[in-house]
Design a protein around this ligand. Sequence first.
Ligand code: ADP
Ligand code: MG
Length: 346
Amino acid sequence: MIELKSLTKVYPGGVKALDALDLEIRDGEFFALLGPSGCGKTTLLRTIAGLETATSGQVVIGSKDVTHVQPGARDVAMVFQDYALFPHMDVTDNISYPLRIKKVAKPARTAKAAEVGARLGLEGLMDRRPGQLSGGQQQRVALARVMATQAQAFLFDEPLSNLDARLRLEARTFLKKLQRELGVTTVFVTHDQAEALAMADRMAVMEAGHIRQIGTPAEVFQRPANTFVAGFIGSTPMNLLDGTVRGETLEVAGCKVPAPAAGLRDGEKIVYGVRPEYVTYSVEPVDGSIAGKVVLSESLGASHLVTLEAAGETVQVIVPEGDEPALGDEGYAVPRTDRALIYRDG
Ligand code: ADP
Ligand code: MG
């Protein structure tokens, strides 16, 4: 288990990378840390590893307060974004390097490297140097080096970002499966929401040194806690439309739509959120629909992402391939009320 208590990191020069952050990562879980570039993900990971010292707050690993413990004594292993392999060492030596630091004898080190290397499909490459390996192979060596240490927790800093799209998908499945088998607590940093949703048992969404939401991928996808998370999660961002409460309905983009929640205050200004996946397109007006004009239509393969302009707002709708309207058509976006959300932080 990893616990961060009111963790703050201010860099010399005054950048507050982590702001009184609280987080509990459970034993054995695959935890994804998601957020845009610069939000503090790497800093968080390095502070857990002990490569950065906390300005204030606590880091607890497995019920031991390690806030002031040296990195080498924290029993966590980190994979860096650029893998940080030693160019002059072969695969065996790269994998077994942490064991050399721990003064494990050479035959035992080599045996361990061979065992872990085989598990990661590196047999036959053990004598090569990093420069003689593909990006995907280098990444596996970095993983193998972490696994050889048998740490209490693995920390991954965007480990898939240097792979091309197809390899990245393969590595995703591979890494997830491996983590399941090993059952080692894993913190996985990414700026790719699809990666976090696909891989995590639970995830946190970060913004500017703060955690904006913690939950399972399903919880975060279905019920984003605020407009930041809503706009960040999903292959197409959620529609977020300014609205005003009018009794049982909402006035959104000049139209009346049913309120998805009870107890709203008449006249209150809100933000109405609904994913494009949960909005259908209609040629004819329908009760509770939003009238607009088609300004953009992008193919997603089996479907189209259609953008409507409606009274100064932009509404996106996913339409099955073949049913997409033409540019300039006047039509109606029909949101699913049971999938719509109300926000007050817009
Ligand atoms: P992320 O990994 O999410 O992209 P980082 O943790 O690398 O974010 O950075 C968080 C913030 O801290 C950024 O504003 C970044 O510029 C700043 N920062 C990171 N490392 C240092 C450093 N060594 N010195 C000063 N500022 C830093
Ligand atoms: Mg980073």
